[in-house]
Design a protein around this ligand. Structure first.
Ligand SMILES: [Zn+2]
Length: 512
């Protein structure tokens, strides 16, 4: 009697852990959801819960996150929609903070349907596009697509205040928005939102005029580019811009301003300061595009104002020697400064500036406006570049100090793009209650060799809990062995353990 009692703890130790889950599974019926992805590497972009294994999705929302075991215990799906990630990575869908993708579809007069023409963006892993300059025709097109259910991506339209080019050396206002869009559209459940207006403040090249600088262009640059105004072209003076930004600010719109030259950056920082009038930009979310020649003192001012800045992900950095020869050391320092913005602690988001205007070529990775988000991530992290022949150009020493981590790049491509349109509580990270906007990718950016980041493929894109893209030639996804057989395998292990422990008991009895 005494001896046989001493065997009980051994029996309990071996069998108890296996019996418990089997019993709790049978008793508590798990919540039925639309999708479960388990056995994965899920990068949440939520600092309190950075990497987990499994996620459950119901009615477009994330309803569970945790270990594979917990999620399988608490949730179940029908129709084989519990997928085994087999170690693959999930991350939030990519938010392009400065895109012209949707607008370019309108302008190239896509012969496919609106529905199909979004496929390139979906296959690239984008779930949200912040469209930086939407005119009346484009807005009407987006609105009808939203109404008839063919808008598949989330679009944040920044309406165009003035055109991107000059006529007779003057900017041209678009007009006609009053009475049509008098307040922002921020409803997080809408596929089409209107957070603000886009203002072109200075030039770029050609008929747009040139970036507005505080120092004159050299004679060499003037001759080379046909520059008319030696200080570049500022589309609005300070008091004009103050009044425009202030009036939109008062109506609750965010302002996104194209500012390349440091004189333009100066003017918009002053105008934002004027409109904020001592309040924090955390409410207004005014943002500055390109920042191509931003000065040190302007970065200091931006930090004080808490402004938001776009940063080009991939850039052909092998052009920089030409820039250095042309710009000289002072301007060169300013053009390098733009890469420092994410590391300075400023809110900054990925800008791909993607559109079809310059021709979309899937095979030419050299374009700075390339649509591929992981090429941009590679650019942000390694600062290397690839030319049209496919040659990889290694890092120039002057850029080395502005390399950022994969974690920073991930944030710029997700939560920071969401923050810029006041949607960070709904998208941009994987958290319970947020929309199920996510992608499955074929490598882990956090652990892989950063040199290969550009080659990451997107296997699946989900928006609002709907699979909008699936790489059809790939074996992913494979349904996870469903709950019934899992329960029976747990029971089988329990029975096996029970049998072996019984054997142990029998043997010990014999010894006696
Ligand atoms: Zn742009």
């Amino acid at each position: 009697m005494k001896k046989s009692l001493s065997f009980l703890p051994v029996f309990m130790l071996l069998v108890f852990p296996f019996i418990l889950p089997a019993i709790s599974q049978a008793d508590a019926s798990p919540t039925l959801v639309d999708y479960i992805f388990c056995n994965g590497n899920i990068i949440t972009i939520d600092e309190s819960n950075p990497v987990i294994q499994a996620i459950a999705i119901k009615d477009g929302n994330i309803v569970g996150l945790g270990s594979t075991e917990t999620i399988l215990q608490n949730f179940a799906t029908e129709n084989d929609t519990t997928y085994d990630l087999d170690g693959r990575t999930i991350m939030p869908g990519i938010v392009d903070g400065h895109s012209h993708y949707m607008a370019s579809l309108f302008w190239i007069g896509e012969t496919e349907t609106i529905y199909d023409s979004q496929n390139i963006a979906l296959a690239s892993g984008y779930t949200t596009l912040n469209e930086k300059s939407v005119d009346h025709g484009e807005l009407a097109w987006f609105q009808s697509a939203e109404q008839n259910g063919t808008l598949r991506l989330r679009v944040n339209a920044f309406l165009i205040y003035n055109f991107a080019w000059l006529e007779n050396n003057e900017t041209v206002l678009v007009g006609g928005w009053e009475g049509k869009v008098d307040q922002p559209v921020l409803d997080p459940s809408r596929k089409l939102r209107i957070p603000g207006f886009k203002i072109y403040l200075d030039g770029a090249s050609g008929n747009r005029g040139f970036p507005a600088m505080s120092d004159p262009y050299t004679q060499e640059m003037i001759d080379l580019w046909g520059i008319i105004n030696p200080y570049g072209d500022l589309y609005f003076n300070q008091s004009e811009l103050n009044s425009v930004v202030d009036s939109y600010h008062d109506k609750g719109f965010s302002i996104a301003v194209h500012a390349m030259g440091d004189r333009a950056t100066e003017t918009i920082l002053n105008a934002i300061e004027y409109a904020l009038n001592g309040t924090d930009n955390d409410n207004a979310r005014h943002q500055i595009e390109h920042n191509s020649f931003i000065r040190e003192d302007q970065i200091t001012k931006a930090l004080t104002l808490n402004t938001i800045h776009s940063v080009r992900g991939y850039f052909p950095t092998y052009w920089q020697q030409d820039y250095a020869d042309l710009y000289g050391p002072v301007w060169m320092e300013r053009t390098v400064n733009r890469y420092s913005l994410p590391g300075e602690g400023l809110h900054s988001y990925l800008e791909t500036d993607f559109g079809f205007l310059y021709g979309y070529d899937e095979d030419d990775w050299s374009r700075s406006t390339n649509i591929r988000p992981f090429l941009h991530m590679w650019g942000l992290v390694t600062r290397k570049a690839v030319d049209e022949n496919g040659t990889i150009h290694s890092l120039d020493p002057w850029l080395a100090e502005h390399q950022i981590t994969v974690e920073q790049a991930l944030r710029m491509m997700t939560i920071e793009g969401a923050y810029a349109v006041k949607q960070e509580d709904y998208i941009g990270s994987l958290e319970v209650g947020k929309y199920a906007d996510l992608i499955v990718i074929d490598d882990d950016p956090l652990t892989m060799n950063p040199d290969n980041l550009k080659d990451i493929n997107v296997l699946l894109t989900m928006i609002d809990g709907k699979i909008e893209f699936l790489w059809s030639s790939h074996t992913f996804p494979t349904p996870y062995t469903n709950g019934t057989s899992r329960t029976s395998s747990v029971l089988w292990i329990s029975l096996f353990t029970l049998f072996t422990s019984m054997t142990v008991i029998q043997r010990r009895r014999k010894k006696k």
